[in-house]
Design a protein around this ligand. Structure first.
Ligand code: MN
Length: 511
């Protein structure tokens, strides 16, 4: 997904200068026993207990349509173990479920975004995650995993496989006792309040580290999420408390995808494939961008996915240029990405779209000549971008950095005719539970990371040739997840020539 914030097709100079600016662009009970010894360097990247080859092999065997609840519980238990292994000694983590989405500044809003950390660690969402929190505490004696819920304790225990499930009110009691009664932890207290005693012991009397899920997308001018009040109290009641953002650890665990994540991503890409093919093949002159968009979105929803971000269908006419208003900071959610503009014969279509399946989002850009056959000129520009796309994707492997990929695209676009001037965004981003996933964009790529590679060129008249693909970093290289979504000239033309499944519906509507 690329978010165009400025786009003016009226003046060539203005086009070149301000064409577009991309912005950021469990029946397995909780394992007891000593925390595994993990070298510090591995902790730093969240790679502890992560074996890409094993997860990738396991993902092939996962039947997403008939998931075994026991297998699912093991998957979430392993995620919690990975987080526990990545936590420093003498620290605890509390991840609160968050039912209210925070309005985002630079990105489109996805319904579940703010609750993704809790969903990632427990598998609970919707009503099952209301007023809940997960506490993680690694100690030499035991890895504590305690789930606090407002729901039925037995039901949540069965669903998650987490042994220690308690009413939410208990969290405040146990945390308060650990924070303030630690000087009085005699045998009676230790026997009656084992978790508080373990917390107090882990923390000691100074340098108490507590990781909390701070709002990921806070806007200072908006109402505060209720948990911030608790965080502020913790800080005031315990001067030694060092509150840290849990995302620092969770991001690095989340970005190395496990079997369930990989299977979900592959399904998201497969559903996106189907939506793109139906949506592009139904396009004909006279149809609006919104009509094409609805076809794509329908396919996603019908296949059990939702939108990773709003689908963009852009119809460029033969005269090129289209005008879009400049977007004030923080108002991206108000910007339509497909509109009432009608497709023109001889024109060019650019789409940017991605289904999200089981909270994992694809992100793909494709192009198509409205007439179904590339003109010589369209083909020339398209093949420049296609060549860059294939070259950059072929460079993906462990150890490569984002900048190396980006610089290659810029160099190739420049050498092809100065087209780097219209490439004003970046080569891509991690994909995962967010279409633009948070994570470590500095450390070189590692097996198990999933990314979107995007680049393109825009002509002075505003017509855009751009491609985006989803790629998985493997042990020795890459897997091009979206390879089958028509991208070769011949495949795009074949797609344009096919009869969309929506043909009878569209035709009927027009009679
Ligand atoms: Mn993207």
């Amino acid at each position: 997904m690329r978010i165009a914030r400025k786009f003016s097709g009226l003046c060539v100079l203005a086009m070149l200068a301000a064409l577009s600016i991309g912005v950021v662009s469990a029946t397995t009970p909780a394992l007891a026993g000593p925390a595994p010894a993990i070298p510090p360097a591995r902790q730093a990247t969240g790679a502890a207990l992560y074996d890409f080859a094993a997860e990738n092999a396991k993902s092939e065997a996962l039947d997403l349509d008939n998931l075994d609840p026991a297998v699912l519980r093991e998957i979430f238990a392993h995620r919690r173990q990975r987080v526990l292994a990545a936590m420093p000694d003498e620290s605890a983590m509390i991840v609160y479920a968050t039912e209210a989405p925070q309005p985002r500044r630079l990105e489109f809003q996805v319904e579940h975004s703010e609750n993704h950390d809790f969903i990632f660690l427990t598998g609970l969402e919707g009503l099952d995650s209301l007023d809940s929190a997960l506490l993680l505490l690694p100690t030499p004696e035991k890895n504590w995993e305690v789930l606090y819920t407002s729901g039925d304790v037995e039901m949540i225990r069965t669903m998650t496989g987490i042994e220690e499930v308690k009413p939410l009110a208990r969290l405040e009691e146990e945390l308060s006792a650990a924070m303030t009664d630690f000087r009085d932890m005699r045998i009676t207290q230790i026997r009656r309040w084992p978790l508080s005693a373990a917390l107090a012991k882990a923390w000691g009397e100074d340098e108490k580290a507590l990781y909390l899920n701070y709002p990921r997308f806070l806007r200072l001018g908006m109402p505060e999420p209720p948990r911030l009040e608790i965080f502020a109290k913790i800080e005031r009641f315990s001067p030694e408390m060092d509150l840290r953002d849990a995302a620092g650890i969770l991001d690095r665990v989340r970005m190395l995808h496990d079997a369930y994540s990989l299977a979900s991503l592959r399904r998201a890409v497969a559903i996106t494939h189907e939506g793109v093919v139906e949506g592009l093949s139904v396009i004909r002159p006279g149809m609006t961008e919104l009509e094409a968009m609805e076809t794509i979105d329908f396919v996603y929803r019908y296949r059990g996915a939702y939108l990773g971000f709003p689908t963009s269908v852009r119809a460029h006419g033969t005269a090129g240029g289209r005008e879009t208003r400049e977007i004030p900071e923080g108002y991206i959610s108000f910007v339509p990405r497909s509109g009432a503009r009608r497709v023109e014969a001889g024109g060019w279509i650019h789409i940017d779209t991605g289904a999200s399946f089981s909270h994992h989002s694809a992100d793909v850009q494709r192009n198509m000549p409205v007439d179904g056959t590339f003109t010589e000129e369209q083909r020339r520009y398209y093949e420049i971008v296609l060549d860059v796309q294939k070259t950059v994707i072929s460079m993906v492997r462990p150890g490569v950095t984002w900048w190396e990929l980006h610089n290659k695209a810029v160099e190739m676009l420049r050498d092809a005719g100065g087209y780097d001037r219209s490439y004003t965004y970046g080569i891509g981003h991690f994909i995962g539970m967010e279409v633009h996933d948070e994570g470590d964009y500095v450390t070189p790529l590692q097996p198990g990371m999933a990314m979107a590679i995007e680049q393109g060129l825009a002509l002075p008249n505003g017509v855009r040739f751009a491609l985006e693909d989803d790629v998985l970093v493997t042990e020795n290289g890459y897997e091009w997840l979206s390879r089958d979504i028509p991208i070769e000239v011949a495949d795009v033309e074949a797609m344009a020539a096919r009869t969309s499944s929506f043909e009878p519906f569209v035709t009927k509507r027009r009679d």
